[in-house]
Design a protein around this ligand. Structure first.
Ligand code: FAD
Length: 782
């Protein structure tokens, strides 16, 4: 590297001085940091000067120049500081990581890359002296170095676009995964004239617009993707998921209306019904000739649907069901597609024959005629304005002794025989109900996929904005990009890593669901429940952070973040309330202990705990709890061991705590309630371990070194961010010592900074076309 290149902001006279006394360069970073950070006292200067004067590896000119630069009564001018900084910043990109340890080593590197190095500066005496001088300056080296290595603003052309550093296409392929073709087709379709968003501000028109979009999709075959070919479908659930995911880049009301019609309503007919229902309805559902609802929730019973009150009483004489809303709390509530467009509903009700209640069943009930007129015995009310998703017509439904042919019972799991008797291959009503719900798990996978798309949109907007928006800076310098503020990196980079982590985990879940083998159902349902909760909470948190990261601009409707926040908020509640789902996850994990909780076998428990204790002894070796090397902190084996330890520890302790209570005579409902917070932590720990595991597997499967390296860094960021979040727990449990916990925090900061460099490309890899992004602050060149 030629002298002129890194010294291009200096005058010819300064360059000449450096050529005459190149040792000055060694002190440049120290002098710059000492003066830009503080005012040196006379005593400090005297002690440093003395040290410098003793160094025979410096020329007399060099010594006197450095002394001159250290005079408290004559500090360097702002112009001089700026010139020093310019030399350091121009040299910074060429300085290898291992020379970024101290300001002195940085200075020595500058002499090397500007072809001014001298052998005597490498001597041990010189190195020791430099380190003492650096200490005497009282500079906190790590922070000072962090500031110096902030990547300088890239030269931005008039219309803003940053040249790619990564092979963005390669990363995009990872996001599209096995569904590239359909995602690409949909991205194009959604940019066509048919999908112009014109009426989002007016609720009534917006609802019609969303219906029209659904009709366009149905005409193009997207409605029946997951249905069997015989009924006009393509038997392709993967494509259905990809559609939910891609529609969410454009409009979330569309995603939800699409999901209610083709996923919940159609899916319930497909999964809970039998051939006669499929033949009669599926084609019309897929083409939207028969708009429908999924009516499970009641005003009195949201999360606890097993105890809904609506009744479907069998009348043997007429071979009909009489469906009735027995009380105000039994009205169906929040039902998508009910307020305006639905003509039929899958209604969940208690199946009554004579005096026997056979538990919850699902039954198809027409609610409007073809012209949209509400049918006799049915009352419908609009839920009105909502916080978001106002393109979906949610409504309330009451039934007044409505008579329905018995053949409308979705009878895959329970039938009424010719004698009017109840029959089911699953005798236990509760088990039957959960089996029914289990078949609907696909809907639950669509929600986190949609939520993740909204997250990606938010991150694209916020990260692009941060690469363009400038605030504050050194006098006379361009203001600094906000992406270069440490706190901004800490806010956004872990969320970017989360988006990648969740993407891989959802692909894993989708594959497991689609390639399900016998006996895997419960585990898949557990992961789906956990991922739904985890992803949607992550979306809420990420979008709030993105909004704040864009300041006032983030609050403007035109910039999409407000809309995304409003629309995705409810994702944490519908398709299963997150807190309730996390309890299901924890309970399912406890089954690993024992099938029925009341039966926990004492010996089994002791054995299990003994196994855990053995693991702890290996991992809680004092050398490991204190190990702070960068290699160790970056090691995925360490990350996974730490995550697994937390999960296993919480699981074991949950088992012990519950057993203790049940043994003492407490009923299991109460015992679970007393351990609820613990159980929710356990569910988080489980899902986080699954996500990390999948991320590591993904990184290991990549061949391209650059791609692997970048993903590996994101994976480390995901892991260390969580270890930092839970450091209190790890410290409490002796898994980490203070020194290691601090080192994790430091490494996390370093990783955020490293990922910042690629962050622009990493959001571009989400492949969200500007037209769909539709946020002036988020589009390229905006
Ligand atoms: C916009 C929208 C669209 C919807 N679409 C449909 C639809 O198409 N079809 C349909 O059937 N339903 C639909 N729903 C209903 C939705 O599924 C329910 O709102 C959801 O299941 C939660 O029920 P809830 O509102 O009664 O809340 P609740 O169950 O009453 O929960 C309230 C609070 O109590 C907490 N809580 C509840 N139980 C426990 C517990 N055991 N332990 C600890 N905390 C607990 C929850 O975490 C929550 O914070 C929709 C809802 C909305 C808002």
């Amino acid at each position: 590297m030629k002298l002129q290149q890194i010294f291009q902001d200096l005058s010819q006279a300064d360059i000449h001085t450096i050529e005459q006394s190149p040792g000055l360069l060694i002190f440049l970073p120290m002098l710059y940091v000492a003066w830009s950070d503080s005012v040196l006292t006379k005593e400090e200067v005297a002690s440093i000067e003395q040290k410098i004067l003793k160094q025979d590896w410096l020329t007399e000119d060099e010594k006197s120049f450095v002394s001159k630069c250290l005079q408290p009564e004559k500090p360097p001018s702002p112009k001089q500081l700026k010139e020093w900084l310019s030399v350091i910043k121009r040299a910074a990109p060429f300085i290898p990581n291992n020379s970024r340890k101290s300001l002195a080593s940085l200075g020595l590197e500058i002499t090397r890359i500007s072809d001014q190095a001298r052998e005597q500066w490498q001597s041990e005496t010189a190195q020791q002296a430099l380190s003492q001088i650096e200490d005497a300056l009282g500079v906190i080296t790590t922070e000072a170095l962090d500031d110096l290595f902030i990547e300088g603003p890239r030269d931005l052309p008039e219309t803003f676009e940053i040249p790619a550093r990564l092979d963005v296409e390669q990363f995009s392929q990872i996001h599209d995964g096995k569904s590239h073709t359909i995602k690409q087709k949909l991205r194009q379709l959604l940019q066509s004239e048919d999908f112009r968003k014109e009426h989002a501000a007016d609720r009534d028109s917006y609802r019609q617009e969303v219906l029209k979009w659904c009709q366009v999709l149905a005409r193009a075959g997207y409605g029946s993707l997951s249905y069997p070919e015989t009924y006009g479908g393509r038997d392709n659930m993967r494509d259905y998921f990809a559609t939910m995911e891609t529609l969410s880049l454009f409009d979330l009301s569309l995603t939800i209306k699409y999901g209610v019609q083709f996923g919940l309503f159609g899916g319930s007919i497909l999964s809970l019904g039998t051939r006669k229902h499929h033949e009669q309805y599926l084609k019309d559902v897929g083409t939207l000739a028969l708009p429908g609802c999924f009516a499970m929730t009641e005003t009195g019973h949201g999360s606890n649907v097993r105890d809904i009150e609506t009744t479907a009483t069998y009348d043997q004489e007429s071979n009909e069901f009489i469906v009735h809303t027995p009380s105000p709390s039994a009205r169906k509530d929040y039902i998508g597609n009910a307020a305006l467009h639905g003509q039929m509903a899958t209604v969940f009700a208690q199946l009554i024959i004579g005096t026997d209640n056979h538990g919850v069943c699902a039954i198809l009930i027409p609610i409007r005629d073809k012209k949209g007129k509400v049918l006799p015995g049915i009352r419908i009310e609009d839920c009105g304005e909502k916080q978001g998703l106002n393109g979906v017509d949610n409504g309330r439904i009451w039934f007044e002794q409505v008579r329905i042919p018995a053949s409308n019972l979705l009878d895959r799991f329970a039938q009424i025989n010719q004698k009017g008797q109840f029959n089911s291959q699953i005798a236990n009503p509760s088990k039957r109900f959960f089996t029914m719900l289990g078949t609907l798990v696909g809907g639950r996978i669509g929600i986190p996929l949609a939520a993740l798309s909204a997250t990606k949109t938010g991150l694209t907007i916020a990260v692009r904005y941060a690469h363009r928006r400038r605030q504050f800076g050194l006098p006379g310098q361009p203001e600094q990009l906000i992406i270069d503020y440490q706190s901004h990196q800490k806010r956004l980079m872990p969320l970017l890593a989360n988006a990648y982590a969740l993407d891989f985990a959802l692909k894993y879940l989708t594959d497991r669901y689609l390639d399900q083998k016998p006996g895997e159902g419960r585990e898949i349902e557990t992961i789906a429940a956990g991922m739904k909760a985890y992803c949607t909470w992550n979306t809420t948190h990420t979008l709030q952070t993105c909004r704040e990261a864009c300041g006032g601009n983030g609050y403007l409707w035109e910039n999409r973040l407000a809309e995304l926040k409003a629309d995705t908020e409810i994702f944490t509640t519908f398709e299963g309330d997150n807190t309730v789902l996390m309890q299901l996850v924890a309970k399912s994990r406890l089954v690993e202990f024992k099938q029925e909780f009341n039966d926990i076998n004492f010996i089994g428990l002791i054995k299990y705990i003994a196994k855990q204790a053995a693991t702890s002894i290996t991992e809680m070796n004092p050398i490991i709890t204190r190990k702070t090397s960068v290699e160790h902190l970056a090691d995925s084996e360490f990350h996974l061991a730490a995550f697994t330890y937390r999960e296993q520890h919480l699981l074991t302790r949950a088992g012990q705590r519950l057993k203790y209570r049940i043994d003492a005579g407490m009923n299991s409902f109460q015992a679970f309630n007393e351990c609820q917070n613990h159980l929710i932590n356990l569910a988080h720990a489980y899902i986080e371990r699954v996500i990390l595991e999948q991320f590591i597997i993904k990184v290991n499967s990549i061949e391209s070194p650059k791609l692997k390296d970048t993903l590996n860094r994101l994976c480390q960021l995901y892991a260390l961010n969580l270890l930092n979040k839970y450091k209190g727990w790890y410290l409490e449990n002796g898994y980490l010592e203070g020194v290691k916990s601090k080192a994790i925090r430091k490494q996390l900061t370093a990783l955020c900074k490293e990922v910042r460099v690629d962050s622009y490309d990493l959001v571009n890899a989400f492949s969200i076309p500007d037209k769909l992004l539709a946020a002036p602050i988020g589009v390229r060149g905006g």
